[in-house]
Design a binder for this molecule. Sequence first.
Ligand code: SAH
Length: 351
Amino acid sequence: MIKQELFGMTLQEMQDTLLPLGMKKFRAEQVFRWLYEKAANSFEEMTNLSKNDINILQENFTLITNEIEVLRDLKSNDGLTHKVLLGFPDGTSVETVCMHHDYGYSVCLSSQVGCSMGCTFCASGLHGLERNLTCGEILAQVYYFQRFLAMQEARVSRVVLMGSGEPMLNLDNVLKALDILHEEHGQCIGYRNMTISTCGVIPGIRKMTEMGRTINLAISLHAASDELRTSLMPINKTYNYLEVIKAADEYATENGRQVMYEYILLAGINDSIEDAKILANTMKHKNVVINLIPANPVPEKGFMRPSGNAVDRFFKALKEQKINVTVRKEMGKEIDAACGQLRASTLVGGE
Ligand code: SAH
């Protein structure tokens, strides 16, 4: 008999699945709490269940959290950034990063194995899309770290969907995972402490608007003209950036959250004063924040990081136009913390 995956089920799904196997309704709640509140990754740990119930669980279910293999494990020199390449039983792998900020622990999650978007500066799409992650696989990335943190009475208090993949193309699984993380008897993370980043898939943004959650929305903009953006991000041909900004404005109005725009600075490509002026014009009078990201070089693609001076110049040009702008705090550069880089280097047998 093929065992079913239990990790990633909602409470309702657990009740619907466990009841027919002869387990009591309140047992589903206990299992839910073991998995999502206490970060258990085996059934034997569930000490308030009867021996018989543990047997039923062992005979019928698997836990992906227990089957994940850590293929690479890297810590930054300052110890604040911890990046892992997690392998799933089917041989696929994704990167997950845990960052220790002054406000707590934040985990950067992948939503897909690989990516189909083909952004030219990004390592995640180098080998195309393999598949969507399941809800359980998205959650398992959080609990991989939470399990260690729980031992130190610490917890993951923020998640961002900025790892590999395009979350809007796997939105049902992403939102289901975020809803489970939000549960009071789970990880209990507020929606305001969750961020979904998209390259601009408008139907996904609209769906999030309809759902009305206070999840933060981040848009990977990277260029504020059609020609340049299309050359960097093929998705701009399907969903033009001006339409994307309009959809994001609607999200901000309906859901009451300020939208963040990510702008990777690529040396000699989108980092001139002229580019800054075009960007400032596009964003003028909007209640948004622009996060500048000095690019991590992706050698396979020939992209370079601008000098510190060039970053300062761009930053100041936006400030002068009264644009709300920040430069991304760099964490873990020495461990290839930008999305997709670790997996890409492993796939080509690099390092
Ligand atoms: N597909 C979604 C989610 C992935 S997040 C999206 O596009 O938003 C992708 C983010 O990874 C980008 O916005 C950027 O912040 C970062 N990124 C990708 N390639 C990078 C590179 N070469 N250097 C620095 N950051 C990079």
